[in-house]
Design a protein around this ligand. Structure first.
Ligand SMILES: *Cc1c(COP(=O)(O)O)cnc(C)c1O
Length: 406
Protein backbone atom coordinates (compact mmCIF):
# COMPACT_ATOMS: atom_id res chain seq x y z
CA UNK A 1 0.00 0.00 0.00
CA UNK A 2 1.34 3.41 -0.98
CA UNK A 3 0.36 6.29 1.29
CA UNK A 4 1.62 9.84 0.66
CA UNK A 5 4.54 8.48 -1.41
CA UNK A 6 5.65 5.97 1.23
CA UNK A 7 5.43 2.35 0.10
CA UNK A 8 4.33 0.34 3.12
CA UNK A 9 5.06 -2.95 1.31
CA UNK A 10 8.76 -2.29 1.87
CA UNK A 11 8.43 0.09 4.84
CA UNK A 12 10.48 -1.93 7.33
CA UNK A 13 13.40 -2.12 4.91
CA UNK A 14 13.64 1.66 4.61
CA UNK A 15 12.42 3.00 7.94
CA UNK A 16 14.59 3.78 9.72
CA UNK A 17 17.40 4.37 7.20
CA UNK A 18 20.99 3.25 7.90
CA UNK A 19 21.54 6.27 10.17
CA UNK A 20 18.38 5.70 12.15
CA UNK A 21 16.12 8.27 10.51
CA UNK A 22 12.40 8.06 9.93
CA UNK A 23 12.22 10.97 7.49
CA UNK A 24 13.78 13.85 9.43
CA UNK A 25 13.17 12.25 12.84
CA UNK A 26 15.43 9.94 14.84
CA UNK A 27 19.22 9.80 14.50
CA UNK A 28 21.78 9.49 17.30
CA UNK A 29 22.64 12.80 18.96
CA UNK A 30 25.21 11.56 21.47
CA UNK A 31 28.89 12.11 22.34
CA UNK A 32 31.55 10.68 20.03
CA UNK A 33 32.31 7.98 22.59
CA UNK A 34 28.71 6.88 22.87
CA UNK A 35 28.35 7.02 19.10
CA UNK A 36 30.82 4.18 18.88
CA UNK A 37 28.93 2.22 21.53
CA UNK A 38 25.67 2.79 19.61
CA UNK A 39 27.32 1.61 16.38
CA UNK A 40 28.46 -1.55 18.19
CA UNK A 41 24.93 -2.25 19.34
CA UNK A 42 23.55 -1.50 15.86
CA UNK A 43 25.99 -3.88 14.19
CA UNK A 44 25.38 -6.62 16.73
CA UNK A 45 21.63 -6.22 16.37
CA UNK A 46 21.74 -6.18 12.55
CA UNK A 47 23.69 -9.45 12.58
CA UNK A 48 21.77 -11.15 15.33
CA UNK A 49 18.26 -10.28 14.20
CA UNK A 50 18.92 -12.30 11.04
CA UNK A 51 20.43 -15.24 12.92
CA UNK A 52 18.26 -18.31 13.09
CA UNK A 53 19.59 -19.16 16.55
CA UNK A 54 18.66 -15.75 18.00
CA UNK A 55 15.21 -15.80 16.42
CA UNK A 56 14.38 -19.30 17.55
CA UNK A 57 15.63 -18.62 21.09
CA UNK A 58 13.51 -15.48 21.31
CA UNK A 59 10.50 -17.42 19.99
CA UNK A 60 10.99 -20.13 22.57
CA UNK A 61 11.25 -17.56 25.38
CA UNK A 62 8.12 -15.78 24.18
CA UNK A 63 6.20 -19.02 24.35
CA UNK A 64 7.65 -20.79 27.39
CA UNK A 65 8.46 -17.88 29.68
CA UNK A 66 6.29 -14.94 28.64
CA UNK A 67 3.18 -16.97 27.88
CA UNK A 68 2.76 -15.75 24.30
CA UNK A 69 0.80 -15.53 22.19
CA UNK A 70 -1.49 -13.39 24.33
CA UNK A 71 -5.11 -13.74 23.21
CA UNK A 72 -7.53 -11.29 21.67
CA UNK A 73 -10.77 -10.97 23.62
CA UNK A 74 -14.05 -9.92 22.07
CA UNK A 75 -15.56 -7.27 24.36
CA UNK A 76 -19.11 -8.44 23.88
CA UNK A 77 -20.97 -6.65 26.66
CA UNK A 78 -19.15 -3.36 26.17
CA UNK A 79 -19.76 -3.51 22.41
CA UNK A 80 -23.45 -4.23 23.00
CA UNK A 81 -23.76 -1.24 25.28
CA UNK A 82 -22.12 1.14 22.82
CA UNK A 83 -24.12 0.15 19.71
CA UNK A 84 -23.23 -1.76 16.58
CA UNK A 85 -19.43 -1.59 16.58
CA UNK A 86 -17.55 -4.69 17.71
CA UNK A 87 -14.72 -3.97 20.16
CA UNK A 88 -11.79 -6.33 20.66
CA UNK A 89 -8.78 -6.17 22.99
CA UNK A 90 -5.29 -7.56 22.44
CA UNK A 91 -4.43 -8.82 25.91
CA UNK A 92 -0.89 -7.64 26.68
CA UNK A 93 -2.11 -7.50 30.28
CA UNK A 94 -1.73 -11.30 30.18
CA UNK A 95 1.93 -11.13 29.12
CA UNK A 96 4.26 -12.16 32.01
CA UNK A 97 4.73 -9.27 34.48
CA UNK A 98 1.42 -7.82 33.30
CA UNK A 99 2.34 -5.52 30.44
CA UNK A 100 3.94 -5.31 27.01
CA UNK A 101 7.27 -3.99 28.34
CA UNK A 102 8.73 -7.45 28.80
CA UNK A 103 8.53 -7.97 25.00
CA UNK A 104 11.44 -5.60 24.38
CA UNK A 105 13.25 -6.20 27.68
CA UNK A 106 13.65 -9.91 26.87
CA UNK A 107 14.92 -8.95 23.41
CA UNK A 108 17.36 -6.38 24.76
CA UNK A 109 18.67 -8.74 27.45
CA UNK A 110 19.07 -11.57 24.94
CA UNK A 111 21.05 -9.18 22.75
CA UNK A 112 23.20 -8.24 25.78
CA UNK A 113 23.93 -11.92 26.34
CA UNK A 114 24.86 -12.47 22.69
CA UNK A 115 27.18 -9.44 22.84
CA UNK A 116 28.93 -10.93 25.88
CA UNK A 117 27.82 -8.12 28.22
CA UNK A 118 27.56 -8.82 31.93
CA UNK A 119 25.16 -6.11 32.94
CA UNK A 120 22.05 -4.22 31.86
CA UNK A 121 21.50 -0.60 32.93
CA UNK A 122 18.33 1.48 32.83
CA UNK A 123 16.39 4.22 34.55
CA UNK A 124 12.84 3.90 35.71
CA UNK A 125 10.15 6.38 36.74
CA UNK A 126 7.10 4.53 38.01
CA UNK A 127 9.16 1.34 38.13
CA UNK A 128 7.41 -0.62 35.38
CA UNK A 129 10.39 -0.64 33.02
CA UNK A 130 12.70 -1.41 35.94
CA UNK A 131 10.64 -4.44 36.96
CA UNK A 132 10.46 -5.76 33.38
CA UNK A 133 14.20 -5.36 32.88
CA UNK A 134 15.00 -6.88 36.30
CA UNK A 135 12.85 -9.85 35.27
CA UNK A 136 14.76 -10.26 32.00
CA UNK A 137 18.12 -9.89 33.79
CA UNK A 138 17.17 -12.57 36.34
CA UNK A 139 16.14 -14.90 33.50
CA UNK A 140 19.46 -14.50 31.70
CA UNK A 141 21.68 -14.24 34.79
CA UNK A 142 22.79 -10.69 34.03
CA UNK A 143 23.55 -8.00 36.59
CA UNK A 144 20.98 -5.22 36.58
CA UNK A 145 21.43 -1.61 37.75
CA UNK A 146 18.27 0.47 37.85
CA UNK A 147 18.56 4.23 38.43
CA UNK A 148 15.59 5.81 40.14
CA UNK A 149 14.94 9.24 41.69
CA UNK A 150 14.48 9.41 45.48
CA UNK A 151 10.96 10.81 45.08
CA UNK A 152 9.95 7.91 42.84
CA UNK A 153 11.56 5.37 45.17
CA UNK A 154 9.32 6.62 47.98
CA UNK A 155 6.20 6.68 45.78
CA UNK A 156 6.73 3.27 44.18
CA UNK A 157 7.68 1.06 47.10
CA UNK A 158 6.10 -2.16 45.74
CA UNK A 159 7.99 -1.90 42.43
CA UNK A 160 11.24 -1.12 44.26
CA UNK A 161 10.70 -4.28 46.32
CA UNK A 162 9.95 -6.29 43.17
CA UNK A 163 13.16 -5.17 41.49
CA UNK A 164 15.20 -6.06 44.58
CA UNK A 165 13.53 -9.45 44.96
CA UNK A 166 14.44 -10.10 41.31
CA UNK A 167 18.07 -9.38 42.19
CA UNK A 168 18.47 -5.90 40.68
CA UNK A 169 20.37 -3.05 42.31
CA UNK A 170 18.17 0.02 42.68
CA UNK A 171 20.43 3.06 42.69
CA UNK A 172 18.94 6.17 44.26
CA UNK A 173 19.35 9.44 42.33
CA UNK A 174 19.32 12.46 44.64
CA UNK A 175 20.00 15.25 42.12
CA UNK A 176 17.49 17.94 41.10
CA UNK A 177 13.82 17.05 41.34
CA UNK A 178 14.81 13.43 42.08
CA UNK A 179 12.48 11.95 39.44
CA UNK A 180 12.67 10.43 35.95
CA UNK A 181 14.69 13.15 34.20
CA UNK A 182 17.53 12.98 36.75
CA UNK A 183 17.38 9.18 36.66
CA UNK A 184 17.82 9.26 32.85
CA UNK A 185 20.90 11.48 33.24
CA UNK A 186 22.39 9.24 35.95
CA UNK A 187 21.76 6.04 33.98
CA UNK A 188 23.29 7.58 30.85
CA UNK A 189 26.34 8.71 32.82
CA UNK A 190 26.75 5.21 34.28
CA UNK A 191 26.48 3.73 30.81
CA UNK A 192 29.22 6.08 29.54
CA UNK A 193 31.50 4.71 32.28
CA UNK A 194 30.55 1.06 31.83
CA UNK A 195 29.66 0.58 28.16
CA UNK A 196 32.35 -2.04 27.61
CA UNK A 197 30.68 -4.44 30.06
CA UNK A 198 27.13 -3.20 30.05
CA UNK A 199 24.27 -2.39 27.71
CA UNK A 200 21.81 0.42 28.26
CA UNK A 201 18.25 -0.77 27.85
CA UNK A 202 15.79 1.94 26.89
CA UNK A 203 12.22 1.49 28.02
CA UNK A 204 10.40 2.58 24.88
CA UNK A 205 10.88 3.47 21.19
CA UNK A 206 13.03 6.41 22.31
CA UNK A 207 16.66 7.45 22.56
CA UNK A 208 19.42 7.32 19.96
CA UNK A 209 19.48 4.88 17.04
CA UNK A 210 19.26 1.84 17.13
CA UNK A 211 16.84 1.83 20.11
CA UNK A 212 13.68 3.17 18.41
CA UNK A 213 14.12 0.52 15.70
CA UNK A 214 15.10 -2.34 18.02
CA UNK A 215 12.33 -1.74 20.53
CA UNK A 216 9.78 -1.49 17.71
CA UNK A 217 11.04 -4.72 16.18
CA UNK A 218 10.86 -6.53 19.53
CA UNK A 219 7.36 -5.16 20.16
CA UNK A 220 6.11 -5.96 16.67
CA UNK A 221 5.25 -9.44 17.93
CA UNK A 222 2.10 -7.78 19.33
CA UNK A 223 0.88 -6.51 15.94
CA UNK A 224 1.93 -9.60 14.01
CA UNK A 225 0.09 -11.90 16.41
CA UNK A 226 -2.93 -9.60 16.58
CA UNK A 227 -3.36 -9.42 12.79
CA UNK A 228 -3.26 -13.20 12.45
CA UNK A 229 -5.56 -13.78 15.42
CA UNK A 230 -8.07 -11.18 14.30
CA UNK A 231 -8.27 -12.68 10.82
CA UNK A 232 -8.76 -16.11 12.30
CA UNK A 233 -11.47 -14.93 14.70
CA UNK A 234 -13.49 -12.79 12.30
CA UNK A 235 -12.32 -13.58 8.77
CA UNK A 236 -11.49 -9.90 8.21
CA UNK A 237 -9.18 -7.15 9.35
CA UNK A 238 -10.35 -4.65 11.98
CA UNK A 239 -11.60 -1.32 10.63
CA UNK A 240 -9.59 0.54 13.25
CA UNK A 241 -6.69 -0.16 15.58
CA UNK A 242 -6.09 1.88 18.75
CA UNK A 243 -3.16 2.10 21.20
CA UNK A 244 -2.04 4.56 23.87
CA UNK A 245 1.16 6.50 23.26
CA UNK A 246 3.63 7.54 25.94
CA UNK A 247 7.07 6.91 24.50
CA UNK A 248 5.18 4.80 22.02
CA UNK A 249 6.42 1.21 22.29
CA UNK A 250 3.15 -0.70 22.68
CA UNK A 251 1.65 1.44 19.91
CA UNK A 252 4.64 0.94 17.59
CA UNK A 253 4.42 -2.84 18.09
CA UNK A 254 0.69 -2.98 17.43
CA UNK A 255 0.81 -0.58 14.46
CA UNK A 256 3.65 -2.55 12.84
CA UNK A 257 1.18 -5.34 12.10
CA UNK A 258 -1.28 -3.07 10.27
CA UNK A 259 0.63 -0.26 8.53
CA UNK A 260 0.37 -1.96 5.15
CA UNK A 261 -3.36 -2.67 5.51
CA UNK A 262 -6.46 -0.59 4.74
CA UNK A 263 -6.98 -0.08 8.47
CA UNK A 264 -7.40 3.26 10.28
CA UNK A 265 -4.77 3.58 12.99
CA UNK A 266 -5.10 5.78 16.07
CA UNK A 267 -2.48 6.69 18.68
CA UNK A 268 -3.96 8.07 21.88
CA UNK A 269 -2.09 10.64 23.96
CA UNK A 270 -2.97 11.81 27.48
CA UNK A 271 -4.73 15.19 27.63
CA UNK A 272 -4.55 15.00 31.43
CA UNK A 273 -6.25 18.01 33.04
CA UNK A 274 -6.47 20.00 29.80
CA UNK A 275 -4.56 21.64 26.92
CA UNK A 276 -2.46 24.15 28.97
CA UNK A 277 1.28 23.39 28.98
CA UNK A 278 2.07 21.41 32.12
CA UNK A 279 -1.40 19.86 32.37
CA UNK A 280 -0.96 17.12 29.76
CA UNK A 281 1.62 14.97 27.97
CA UNK A 282 0.21 15.12 24.44
CA UNK A 283 3.53 15.77 22.75
CA UNK A 284 2.52 14.89 19.18
CA UNK A 285 -0.65 16.99 19.35
CA UNK A 286 0.86 20.11 20.92
CA UNK A 287 4.64 19.75 20.50
CA UNK A 288 7.20 20.98 17.97
CA UNK A 289 10.32 19.49 16.42
CA UNK A 290 13.34 19.26 18.71
CA UNK A 291 16.21 17.16 19.99
CA UNK A 292 16.27 15.58 23.44
CA UNK A 293 17.67 12.42 25.05
CA UNK A 294 19.70 11.66 21.93
CA UNK A 295 17.06 11.81 19.17
CA UNK A 296 15.10 14.25 17.00
CA UNK A 297 11.33 14.10 17.34
CA UNK A 298 8.29 16.19 18.22
CA UNK A 299 8.42 17.39 21.81
CA UNK A 300 6.86 19.70 24.37
CA UNK A 301 9.21 22.55 25.25
CA UNK A 302 9.17 25.27 27.87
CA UNK A 303 9.99 28.93 27.10
CA UNK A 304 13.74 28.12 27.13
CA UNK A 305 13.37 25.29 24.66
CA UNK A 306 13.99 22.68 27.35
CA UNK A 307 11.71 19.62 27.82
CA UNK A 308 8.52 20.99 29.40
CA UNK A 309 6.97 19.68 32.60
CA UNK A 310 4.23 17.21 31.74
CA UNK A 311 1.36 15.57 33.58
CA UNK A 312 -0.83 12.53 33.11
CA UNK A 313 -2.97 10.46 35.46
CA UNK A 314 -1.00 7.51 34.01
CA UNK A 315 2.62 7.68 35.15
CA UNK A 316 3.68 5.53 32.17
CA UNK A 317 2.51 8.19 29.72
CA UNK A 318 4.02 11.36 31.20
CA UNK A 319 6.96 11.89 28.88
CA UNK A 320 7.48 15.19 26.96
CA UNK A 321 8.12 13.52 23.60
CA UNK A 322 7.35 10.36 21.66
CA UNK A 323 9.47 8.07 19.54
CA UNK A 324 10.72 9.40 16.18
CA UNK A 325 8.72 6.87 14.20
CA UNK A 326 5.51 8.27 15.67
CA UNK A 327 6.58 11.80 14.72
CA UNK A 328 7.13 10.50 11.18
CA UNK A 329 3.81 8.64 10.95
CA UNK A 330 2.12 11.72 12.44
CA UNK A 331 3.46 14.08 9.77
CA UNK A 332 2.75 11.52 7.07
CA UNK A 333 -0.85 11.16 8.25
CA UNK A 334 -0.73 7.36 8.22
CA UNK A 335 -1.54 7.30 11.93
CA UNK A 336 -3.96 9.77 13.49
CA UNK A 337 -2.89 10.96 16.93
CA UNK A 338 -5.62 12.18 19.21
CA UNK A 339 -6.21 12.68 22.93
CA UNK A 340 -8.46 11.67 25.82
CA UNK A 341 -8.43 13.40 29.20
CA UNK A 342 -8.16 11.99 32.74
CA UNK A 343 -11.89 11.87 33.30
CA UNK A 344 -12.69 9.94 30.11
CA UNK A 345 -9.84 7.59 31.00
CA UNK A 346 -11.01 6.85 34.52
CA UNK A 347 -14.57 6.30 33.29
CA UNK A 348 -13.24 3.79 30.75
CA UNK A 349 -11.15 2.14 33.48
CA UNK A 350 -14.32 1.40 35.50
CA UNK A 351 -16.39 0.57 32.43
CA UNK A 352 -14.00 -2.13 31.19
CA UNK A 353 -13.68 -3.56 34.71
CA UNK A 354 -17.45 -3.73 35.25
CA UNK A 355 -18.54 -4.78 31.76
CA UNK A 356 -15.76 -7.23 30.87
CA UNK A 357 -13.99 -8.35 34.05
CA UNK A 358 -10.71 -6.82 32.92
CA UNK A 359 -9.04 -4.18 35.12
CA UNK A 360 -6.76 -2.26 32.73
CA UNK A 361 -3.65 -0.25 33.53
CA UNK A 362 -4.54 3.46 33.57
CA UNK A 363 -2.25 3.88 30.54
CA UNK A 364 -4.25 1.27 28.62
CA UNK A 365 -7.53 2.81 29.79
CA UNK A 366 -6.65 5.78 27.53
CA UNK A 367 -6.86 3.45 24.52
CA UNK A 368 -10.09 1.93 25.83
CA UNK A 369 -11.64 5.38 26.29
CA UNK A 370 -10.72 6.36 22.75
CA UNK A 371 -11.92 3.03 21.33
CA UNK A 372 -15.28 3.60 23.02
CA UNK A 373 -15.57 7.13 21.58
CA UNK A 374 -14.60 5.86 18.16
CA UNK A 375 -17.21 3.09 18.33
CA UNK A 376 -19.94 5.67 18.91
CA UNK A 377 -18.72 7.80 15.98
CA UNK A 378 -18.27 4.88 13.57
CA UNK A 379 -21.71 3.39 14.06
CA UNK A 380 -20.63 0.08 12.50
CA UNK A 381 -17.48 -2.00 11.99
CA UNK A 382 -14.80 -3.22 14.38
CA UNK A 383 -12.13 -1.70 16.61
CA UNK A 384 -9.10 -3.51 17.98
CA UNK A 385 -7.68 -1.94 21.15
CA UNK A 386 -4.21 -2.75 22.44
CA UNK A 387 -4.62 -3.42 26.15
CA UNK A 388 -1.00 -2.71 27.03
CA UNK A 389 -1.16 -3.77 30.69
CA UNK A 390 -3.17 -4.75 33.74
CA UNK A 391 -4.31 -2.40 36.47
CA UNK A 392 -2.99 -4.13 39.60
CA UNK A 393 -0.22 -1.54 39.93
CA UNK A 394 -2.81 1.25 39.93
CA UNK A 395 -5.10 -0.05 42.67
CA UNK A 396 -3.79 2.10 45.54
CA UNK A 397 -3.94 5.24 43.42
CA UNK A 398 -7.45 4.55 42.13
CA UNK A 399 -8.82 3.80 45.60
CA UNK A 400 -7.24 6.91 47.09
CA UNK A 401 -8.18 9.31 44.31
CA UNK A 402 -11.47 7.97 42.92
CA UNK A 403 -12.76 5.41 45.40
CA UNK A 404 -14.23 2.18 44.13
CA UNK A 405 -17.43 3.72 42.67
CA UNK A 406 -19.94 1.27 44.06
C1 LIG B 1 4.93 1.94 30.23
C2 LIG B 1 3.56 1.66 29.83
C3 LIG B 1 2.95 2.33 28.75
C4 LIG B 1 3.61 3.44 28.00
O1 LIG B 1 4.73 3.08 27.27
P1 LIG B 1 4.77 3.05 25.67
O2 LIG B 1 6.19 2.98 25.37
O3 LIG B 1 4.11 4.31 25.18
O4 LIG B 1 4.01 1.85 25.26
C5 LIG B 1 1.67 1.96 28.38
N1 LIG B 1 0.99 1.00 29.04
C6 LIG B 1 1.54 0.33 30.09
C7 LIG B 1 0.73 -0.71 30.77
C8 LIG B 1 2.83 0.65 30.52
O5 LIG B 1 3.36 -0.02 31.56
Amino acid sequence: MIFNNVDFDTYFKHYPDANGYFGKYGGAYVSEELKIAMQDITEAYQTICKSRKFISELRRIRKEFQGRPTPISYLERLSGKLGNVQLYAKREDLNHTGAHKLNHCMGEALLAKYMGKKKVIAETGAGQHGVALATAAAYFGLECDIYMGSVDIKKQAPNVARMKILGARVIEVTEGLQTLKEAVDAAFAAYCREYKDAIYCIGSVLGPHPFPMMVRDFQSVVGIEAREQFLEMTGELPDAVVACVGGGSNAAGMFAGFLNDPVDIYGVEPLGRGPALGDHAASLKYGTEGIMHGFNSIMLKDENGEPAPVYSVASGLDYPSSGPEHAFLHDLGRVKYDVVDDEETINAFFELSRMEGIIPAIESAHAVAYGMKLAKQMGKGSVLINLSGRGDKDMDYIIEKYGIRE
